[in-house]
Design a protein around this ligand. Structure first.
Ligand SMILES: *Cc1c(COP(=O)(O)O)cnc(C)c1O
Length: 417
């Protein structure tokens, strides 16, 4: 009998093989039928230290024996209090308040709602959001509204709200910076700018330089526009610093974190906000509070997993591992030489490249074809259209990396013959 499960971003009509995974450790997934797969994309960018890290698993078990879930409106618990304090300490300066939710998309919704609430409560209502071309911020209606429009949200476009879009900062990024300067002269000015700092993930691993990020942040500060950094993918070391904003030496007004927040073990997200944004909601008037919650806000077990993740960052040489992985990634990327592979690029632990495809778009046949090729070679490596990228857990071993790049080279070679 076929499975009743409806998978995300999956065309069930194509009859694709859907591996049944039983267990995982490090960078390796074990399937029920005995196959093994190297997780080359960190199970969609979430697994940082490796699957089933013993300290995170132990923290989950321990918390599960004490407190499973608690209403978070007006009640609190130690795992959330500890996590919030520690997040304030390690994130860029000024992010003094922590609002919990349970996915990256929701953390973005929360940031947008906080930005609009800030302006309304200050008595200067603003509602225009500025975004960057090719951005991705999640799949809920608000998160889609601030993301790239395309076939993946065509059906919902009538419901998406209008935004102002900066061109992607190619080269020195002057066009994007000038476009943002222009948008800030509108009356009223934009409420906020939301960006993925330094690298646009789902948009195709597009990289732009730190000085552009810094310029956009400076313009926001000068013009009084809130700056939202969506670090859902870039956070927790992916780009070679703990947070991508640190490459540019900037601190945002609002910052979204999820994916690697629990080391990738269980769902949790936070939106971090400055004191000014918190204070704009602070009043003896209940009408000015922040109107948002989800049932599992700050779930204690998820918070315990995140606390264990932070402890791993404190106690283990995670940054040294990341710098070493970046070097090992670059070495192998450089060795890939094929006329069918163009646009090789790298940022921190992430490498990406394009397979030349005359019909290249997200729905081109090349993505699924490559995905199948890699799966047949024991890899979880899921291209986006004709963009192939490698974003492994930090514990990945040399021979596993070799297998990934050998398969990429073989795929290109196979296409020519
Ligand atoms: C994955 C991602 C999101 C959405 O996170 P979910 O947990 O999948 O909802 C938002 N922003 C960025 C930059 C992402 O990479």
């Amino acid at each position: 009998m076929s499975s009743p499960v409806w998978h995300p971003f999956t065309q069930h009509g194509l009859g694709e093989d859907i591996p049944l995974i039983e267990r995982a450790e490090g960078a390796l997934l074990h399937a029920a039928d005995g196959r093994r797969f190297i997780d080359a994309i960190s199970s969609w960018w979430v697994t940082t230290h490796g699957h089933c890290h013993p300290r995170i698993m132990a923290a989950i078990r321990e918390q599960a024996g004490k407190l499973d879930q608690l209403i978070f409106a007006g009640w609190t618990h130690e795992p959330a209090e500890t996590l919030a304090r520690d997040l304030v300490a390690i994130t860029p300066a000024g992010l003094d308040h922590v609002f919990f939710s349970d996915s990256g998309s929701t953390s973005v919704e929360v940031a947008l709602k906080m930005a609009l609430g800030y302006w309304l409560n200050r008595g200067e209502p603003r509602h225009r959001i500025v975004v960057m071309e090719h951005s991705y911020h999640g799949d809920t209606i608000g998160a889609m509204s601030v993301g790239e429009r395309g076939v993946y949200n065509r059906a919902y476009q009538p419901l998406l709200f209008d935004v102002d879009t900066l061109p992607f900062p190619h080269g020195d990024g002057e066009a994007a910076i000038a476009a943002f300067e222009r948008l800030c002269t509108q009356n009223p000015p934009p409420a906020a700018l939301i960006v993925e700092p330094l690298i646009l993930g789902a948009g195709g691993m597009l990289i732009y330089p730190p000085h552009v990020l810094k310029s956009l942040r400076d313009i926001c500060a000068r013009e009084g526009v809130l700056f939202i950094a969506d670090e859902v993918m870039t956070g927790w070391g992916r780009t070679g610093m703990v947070f991508a904003c640190q490459h540019a030496g900037i601190a945002p007004d609002l910052m979204c974190l999820s994916k690697g927040l629990t080391g990738g073990a269980v769902p949790l997200a936070v939106t971090m906000a400055t004191r000014a944004i918190f204070d704009a909601h602070l009043s003896d008037d209940r009408g000015r509070m922040f109107f948002h919650s989800s049932s599992y806000t700050a779930n204690p077990i998820a918070c315990a997993a995140a606390n264990a993740n932070l402890a791993i960052w404190r106690d283990e040489p995670v940054m040294a591992r990341i710098i070493d992985l970046a070097r090992r990634q670059v070495e192998r990327l450089e060795r890939i030489e094929d006329p069918l592979i163009v646009g090789k690029r790298q940022l921190g632990t992430i490498t990406a490249m394009e397979f030349v495809d005359p019909y290249g778009d997200y729905l081109s046949a090349m993505g699924p074809m490559l995905g199948r090729f890699f799966r047949d070679r024991g890899l979880l490596l899921r291209p986006m259209g004709n963009t192939v990228y490698v974003m492994p857990p930090y514990c990945i071993e040399d021979d596993q990396l070799d297998a990934i790049y050998a398969a990429i080279a073989a795929a290109a070679q196979g296409m020519r013959t």
